[in-house]
Structure formats: structure tokens, C-alpha cells
Write a protein that binds this ligand. Structure first.
Ligand SMILES: Cc1cc2nc3c(=O)[nH]c(=O)nc-3n(C[C@H](O)[C@H](O)[C@H](O)COP(=O)(O)OP(=O)(O)OC[C@H]3O[C@@H](n4cnc5c(N)ncnc54)[C@H](O)[C@@H]3O)c2cc1C
Length: 383
């Protein structure tokens, strides 16, 4: 049977069904726009939007990037208000400084917190922390959101939103500007039907696929690098309501993963397995699969060719900062591609940047740094 062709006109085509694309689609629909949201996977929000440390950033993490620290703190209040059912408030969050090899020290970290105006109280004694290895420990105020609960909430919300058509498991085949609009051909990967869409504006919210989509529309690339990253998940009776992040350099972090009862464990040295400096994420494991390529990556989390877990190294590293009474039990790991702006390689900043890559017709590319900055689109988009 021949595949059929459908034609529609909308105000916006949003590409990418992670939290940034879904939020953008909902926002635009709330402003009276007609939106198509296209996602390549069968289900929305399966990549970085759920595979992350779930830190509701207040700024502490970025002593080398005041811009990221400020943006984190600015967005925190609204994100917290809008997602309060999915946030764990009730736990103690500590930041600590490694005695050896840190890029910051206790005095500098405290000064930075004062400058950004975020609470930071020295803790000179704690039964669970190893002060032989830690120069200083600070009690801070930082929460954790639950990525899985947030994903379920947004999937439901966008699937029932008036004004948004969600096309999951679809692929953009061709795109070009015709007069004052974009014309795009999108194929269903389920039944091969082709849809022709005329959209006044495009929002590219595909994160690690940003450059693949920019290229499809004939637009400039942004300067990215990519890593296949592993978040390990552990349980610990002693750390159940405690988070500890070691600053600032090749250290690690352990903290509740939202309301799951598990702790996420990450390490600057061991979380990131493979690095790609190409414009599109290019990894040797892609050669083992027909459905994964630099321009069209699959979900690493379900891939049998994903890297072997580094959890033992991550556990060994974290144990150095804890006393012997803390037990850590490994549960599982999740993987995804983490992409970063190359410009932030030195200061470790993670700003969310939204570029207007074409003015007529308009095309925005959102490159997301932190989840609580989903609202940034509202500041720049012209309806
Ligand atoms: C290991 C790690 C830890 C992190 N920790 C934190 C943290 O603690 N706190 C925090 O705030 N942030 C954290 N982040 C950053 C945060 O997770 C990301 O900035 C955010 O999730 C990006 O969301 P997104 O919607 O842009 O991308 P994604 O969630 O990756 O969504 C992009 C979507 O685009 C789709 N797509 C790709 N190509 C196409 C195509 N051709 N057509 C259609 N759709 C396509 C993908 O399938 C995907 O669904 C972390 C990130 C990682 C990877």
C-alpha cells in the first residue's frame, strides 16, 4: 500500500521532545499558537531530561562561572513553585572542598557564595564525613527534583494540550525556507506516511542533535562537544537524606535522585566515558547499530553497546570522603549523551543559550544548560 501524504500549516514546529521542547510547545500553545512537536523516539523525555543528577541548581556548582551561577539562582524560585510536588526539599545538602588538587579552596568558595548571596555555613564536625580528606564542609541549601515524575507530568500535559499536536517516532526528512515560512517533510517511522508542514517558525530543542537539525535547515552549527555519560544509582541507609558534592575539579557528587529513595552518584573523572569533539556526537559504538548515527542518535540507556559501567570506580572515589560507617549499595546505571558548549570547557559553565539562527523565517536553537532554565524561551521568542 502506498504511504499517504498529509499537509498542514502551523505557527511553530518544535523539534525535540525533551523537557525544553515540551515546555516550549506548551508555552506557545498557551499564547494561542498552533504547534507541532516532533520527536524521533516513540516516547517523549527519555534522554538528558531524565538521565541527569537532578540537582535543582542554586549556583553552588559554578564557582568558575558567575553567569551560570546567577542564571541557576534566578530561575530556581519559579521552577520550584511550578514543580513543587516533584521536588525533594527535606534533605541536608553539603558542599565540601577536597584537600588535594581542588581548583577552589574553602575561603574562595565561601566568598563566592557570599557574592552570589546563597547560604553557606561551615560545618567543622560531621560523623559521616572524612575530614582527613576534606579541607572544609559547608551546609548549603539545594534541592533535588524528580526527573521521572516531571517527565510523566509533562508527557501527560503536552499530550492533552489544546493547540499542540505531538508527533512521536517521526523523522524530519527535508526542510527549507519558502518565502516567509519553512516547509518541512516529516515521515512517520511507524507507517512511513509523509507529512508536509508549513511552519512560520522553528524551535530546535534537540540538545545533542542541535547541529544535525541546524544543518537540515541549512543553518550554522554551534560549537559543541559531546560525552557518553553514566549516572550510577546507589542506596545508603546513612545518606538517605544527605547529599555531598566535592568541589572543584575531577571529583564527584552523591545526592538523592528526586523522591525515588535512590542516590545518584557521579564523578567528573568516571561519569563521562567517551568524548566527541565533532559537531555532531560521533562515537565508535554507533558502527554496531543501523539505527544510531551522529545525526540521529538512539537512546544510550537501552543500548547493548553502551560502555561498561564505571560504578566501582565512582564508589571507590566517593568512599574516600566518607567515614567507614557509611554503606553504599550499587543498584543500577543510566546512560545518555551529555553535550556542552565548547566555550565553557574552561570555566565549566552551563548557561542555556538560545540563538536566533534565521530571522526570516525565524529559527531558534535552544541549547540547554540547566533544567530550571526552561523558561528562558519566553524571554526571546516573538510570536
Ligand atoms: C549526566 C548529566 C547530568 C546533568 N545534571 C543536571 C543537573 O543535576 N541539573 C540540571 O538542571 N541539569 C543537569 N543536566 C543538564 C540537563 O539534563 C539538560 O540541560 C537538559 O535535560 C536538556 O534537555 P533537552 O530537552 O534540551 O534535551 P533532551 O532531554 O536530550 O531532549 C532532546 C530530545 O530531542 C530528541 N531529538 C533528537 N534528535 C531529533 C530529531 N532529529 N528529530 C526529533 N527529535 C529529536 C531526542 O530524542 C530527545 O527526546 C545534566 C545532563 C547530563 C547529561
Amino acid at each position: 500500500m502506498a504511504a499517504s501524504t498529509e499537509q498542514i500549516s502551523v505557527d511553530f514546529l518544535v523539534v525535540g521532545g525533551g523537557i525544553f521542547g515540551v515546555y516550549a510547545a506548551l508555552y506557545l500553545a498557551s499564547q494561542g499558537c498552533q504547534v507541532v512537536l516532533v520527536e524521533k523516539e516513540k516516547k517523549l523525555m527519555q534522554k538528558a531530561s531524565v538521565v541527569n543528577q537532578a540537582r535543582l541548581h542554586s549556583g553552588y556548582h559554578y564557582p568558575r562561572s558567575v553567569a551560570t551561577a546567577r542564571m541557576s539562582d534566578e530561575n530556581k524560585a519559579r521552577f520550584t513553585r511550578d514543580h513543587q510536588d516533584f521536588i525533594l526539599f527535606d534533605f541536608a545538602k553539603y558542599y565540601a572542598i577536597d584537600r588535594y588538587g581542588s581548583l577552589t579552596d574553602a575561603a574562595q568558595f565561601e566568598r563566592f557564595c557570599r557574592y552570589i548571596d546563597i547560604p553557606c555555613k561551615p560545618v567543622n564536625k560531621h560523623p559521616l564525613f572524612n575530614y582527613h580528606r576534606l579541607e572544609a564542609v559547608f551546609e548549603t541549601q539545594e534541592y533535588t527534583f524528580d526527573p521521572q515524575l516531571i517527565a510523566a507530568y509533562y508527557r501527560e500535559k503536552v499530550n492533552s494540550a489544546v493547540g499542540v499536536d505531538v508527533w512521536s517516532y517521526h523523522q524530519i526528512e527535508a526542510a527549507g525556507a519558502v518565502g516567509e515560512a519553512w516547509e518541512i517533510e516529516i515521515r512517520s517511522l511507524e507507517n512511513q506516511n509523509l507529512k508536509k508542514v508549513r511552519a512560520r517558525q522553528i524551535i530546535n530543542a534537540t540538545y545533542s542533535a542541535s547541529n544535525a537539525i541546524n544543518q537540515l535547515f541549512g543553518l550554522e552549527e554551534i560549537n559543541l562537544m559531546h560525552e557518553i555519560s553514566e549516572m550510577a544509582f546507589v542506596s545508603s541507609p546513612q545518606l538517605k537524606n544527605i547529599g555531598l558534592t566535592i568541589m572543584d575539579g575531577p571529583f564527584g557528587s552523591i545526592m538523592p535522585y528526586g523522591k525515588s529513595g535512590l542516590l545518584s552518584l557521579s564523578s567528573v573523572a568516571y561519569t563521562h566515558h567517551k568524548v566527541s569533539y565533532a559537531a555532531q556526537p560521533t562515537f565508535d559504538c554507533q558502527s554496531f547499530r543501523e539505527d544510531c548515527s551522529p545525526g540521529f542518535t538512539s537512546v544510550c540507556n537501552y543500548c547493548e553497546f553502551r560502555p561498561r559501567s564505571n560504578y566501582q570506580k565512582m564508589l571507590a572515589q566517593m568512599r574516600q570522603y566518607l567515614t567507614d560507617e557509611v554503606a553504599l549499595h550499587y543498584f543500577t546505571s543510566m546512560y545518555t549523551i551529555k553535550s556542552k558548549l565548547r566555550a565553557n570547557h574552561i570555566d565549566d559553565g552551563r548557561p542555556t543559550e538560545i540563538g536566533l539562527l534565521s530571522k526570516n523565517p525565524r529559527f531558534y536553537c535552544i541549547f540547554a544548560g540547566k533544567i530550571n532554565s526552561i523558561y528562558e524561551i519566553e524571554k526571546v521568542v516573538e510570536l
